[in-house]
Design a protein around this ligand. Structure first.
Ligand code: FES
Length: 164
């Protein structure tokens, strides 16, 4: 016949307490994650501005220029007419990063040779659509780009250009 050791009860209590504490921590983490996921964007007044990047003063960008913002994942294009486009550097074929080739005046994807003109339109497939755009805002002659979401498009349109 086996007899229970005297410390067995205290060991059980310790394990039960530790297990309960771990469950409490896990429940708190789960509640925090759920609250972050379900919270509406902009509800705190800060989320809406988190994705907005200041590119710089309008005059810093010459007409007919393409300026890379690697940290934002976009190019700021100033067209010859002075209007702005903020283009994603993500290729619309399979997502490679697309460099601007100044000597060719176009974006050329190193993965499968898709090419895009300065307005982001496809000039060489297999890319199925133009480069995506980010919203451009001009506030007090300063260019800002909203990186919260990239906008898909099927073609370039004049309405996509933001005038200075
Ligand atoms: Fe750019 Fe395929 S990922 S052409």
């Amino acid at each position: 016949m086996m007899s229970e050791k005297p410390q067995s009860g205290s060991r059980r209590r310790f394990l039960w307490t530790a297990w309960t504490a771990l469950l409490g921590v896990a429940a708190a983490e789960a509640a925090w994650i759920v609250s972050r996921v379900l919270r509406p964007r902009g509800a705190s007044g800060t989320d809406e501005t988190v994705g907005v990047m200041t590119a710089g003063p309008v005059d810093r960008f010459a007409p007919g220029s393409v300026t890379a913002f690697p940290e934002g994942g976009f190019y700021l294009v100033r067209l010859e007419d002075g209007g702005f486009l903020a283009m994603s550097r993500v290729c619309t074929h399979l997502g490679c990063s697309v460099p601007w080739i100044d000597s060719e005046q176009r974006f050329v994807c190193p993965c499968h040779a898709s090419a895009f003109d300065v307005r982001g339109e496809v000039v060489n497939p297999p890319a199925p659509r133009p480069l995506d755009l980010f919203e451009v805002r001009i506030e007090n002659r300063v260019v800002k780009v909203n990186l919260a979401s990239a906008m898909r498009r099927t073609a370039f349109g004049a309405s996509q250009v933001v005038s200075a």
